[in-house]
Design a protein around this ligand. Structure first.
Ligand code: HEC
Ligand code: HEC
Length: 395
């Protein structure tokens, strides 16, 4: 009888202790942790980096023109595709699909364009080095808009409003019949520069996480408790600690804008994507890159491009995506291989060997409960997108 009572008492004690641990609120943040939290805070985002290659980058008139172009389906082979077909404002400028769908199917997943004005590289493989040069590629991509630069220039010339706006921003359009290749390319590049001026206005806004960091910075414990559950606090602690996520997802946009191989598996039957190692080669030969004649940068220093890494460590490496707004941007990864946040976290927990190159992430060994906490934290990063007031769609 006595042994039974002892056994019951022991079981009860274990249950009580586990329950207490289960309920344990996280300890107060250390100064070192507060420094990390502040570095992830939207308030720490630097001013928009200058875009010396784009003379109209900060012109509101160019941004409005770019906004019209962004939603204009006439710049496509079948008259029904615009940038917003795939970059839908209400989905934080993504499309909810594994791979972009327009005239055909894109090779990769449609990334959000929110905050990309802060990135020196565009595309999963960074094959463009400015927003304006990036904006030109989908227009001529046979599976996206499938039009060409001559047709784009003709549209600008033939639409009365576009023509007037274009000429007020960039000067007289060349006479089409006589336009040589550089003249057509200049107009085409200016279309990209206007779209980029619009894209520069697409920024993240304050999320619950940012309000939480403000409360931490103020030492306001009550506000912290109102803003974050204990699970979300534990999740944040894992994000900046045991999960090692801030090795790559750092700064206020949760990206280091660098390229890494994280061992994401290809779809079966698909050749693994080589990623950055090919992207940098394509960028170096792109006529609209920083060193090209269509850049407005008189000094053309282009240090990022000239000193970009090109080595084999970039096989299977992709640009670290921002983690703000994950709730609106599934599916995830460069080909939309992973459907949910929970499945992404399982992927990191296991850190499988890469199919090509080398997975830089290490297995984490987190428990199911810790993975749920990490997911709860990631969801606190959602917030509406800042945009021009007149923009179609939205939240
Ligand atoms: C068919 C759907 C589709 C259309 C139409 C489309 N895009 Fe994209 N966009 C994508 C895909 C897919 C990627 C990623 C491709 C890659 O990385 O190889 C992408 C990448 C981007 C990026 C890079 C974002 C980043 O995080 O690196 C920007 C910016 C962008 N597109 C803007 C535009 C603009 C501007 C237009 C219109 C001129 C446009 N897109 C038209 C599907 C589309
Ligand atoms: C070594 C750098 C690195 C580390 C460490 C890392 N990530 Fe990533 N993360 C990336 C890269 C690169 C991608 C895109 C990979 C791809 O598409 O092949 C990515 C993709 C993601 C995505 C998908 C986002 C999208 O829009 O598709 C999520 C979510 C994510 N990471 C969360 C995390 C979390 C949480 C951690 C910590 C447990 C973490 N990452 C650790 C570099 C890293």
């Amino acid at each position: 009888m006595k042994t039974v009572i002892n056994a019951v008492a022991a079981v009860l004690a274990v249950a009580v202790i586990s329950f207490m641990l289960w309920r344990t609120p996280p300890p107060a943040w250390t100064d070192a942790e507060i420094t990390v939290l502040r570095s992830l805070w939207l308030e720490s985002l630097s001013a928009l980096p200058a875009a010396p290659g784009n003379a109209v980058a900060d012109s509101p008139a160019a941004a409005l023109f770019g906004q019209k172009l962004f939603f204009d389906t006439r710049m496509s082979a079948n008259g029904s595709i615009s940038c917003a077909t795939c970059h839908q404002p209400e989905r934080r400028f993504t499309d909810g699909l594994q791979k972009g769908q327009a005239i055909g199917t894109s090779k990769r997943n449609t990334p959000s364009i929110v905050g990309t004005a802060h990135s020196p590289w565009l595309y999963w493989d960074g094959r463009r080095d400015s927003q304006w040069s990036q904006a030109l590629s989908p227009l001529e991509d046979s599976s996206e808009h499938a039009t060409d630069r001559t047709r784009v220039v003709r549209l600008i010339a033939q639409d009365e409003n576009y023509r007037a706006t274009y000429e007020s921003l960039f000067g007289a359009l060349p006479e089409l019949a006589k336009a040589d290749e550089p003249a057509v390319n200049t107009v085409f590049a200016n279309v990209g520069k206007s779209i980029a001026a619009f894209e520069r206005t697409i920024m993240p806004t304050t999320s619950r996480f940012d309000r939480f960091v403000a409360a931490v910075a103020d030492g306001d414990v009550e506000a912290q408790a109102l803003l974050f559950t204990d699970d979300e606090k534990w999740g944040l602690r894992i994000f900046i600690g045991a999960g090692n996520c801030t090795q790559c997802h750092n700064g206020p946009l949760f990206t280091n804008n660098e390229f890494h191989n994280t061992g994401v598996i290809s779809f079966s039957g698909e050749v693994p994507d080589k990623g950055r190692v090919v992207g940098i080669k394509q960028l170096l030969t792109n006529e609209f890159n920083c060193l090209g004649q269509y850049s407005d940068d008189a000094n053309q220093q282009c240090a990022e491009l000239i000193f970009a890494r090109t080595g084999v460590e970039l096989i299977g490496a992709f640009r670290t995506p921002s983690l703000r707004n994950l709730e609106h941007t599934a599916p995830f990864m460069h080909k939309g291989q992973i459907a949910t946040i929970a499945a992404v976290l399982r992927h990191y927990n296991e850190a499988p060997d890469a199919m090509i190159g080398h997975n830089e992430a290490q297995p984490l060994g987190l428990s199911a409960r810790e993975l749920r906490q990490l997911e709860a934290f990631l969801k606190t990063l959602a917030a509406p997108v800042a945009r021009l007031p007149a923009m179609i769609g939205g939240d």
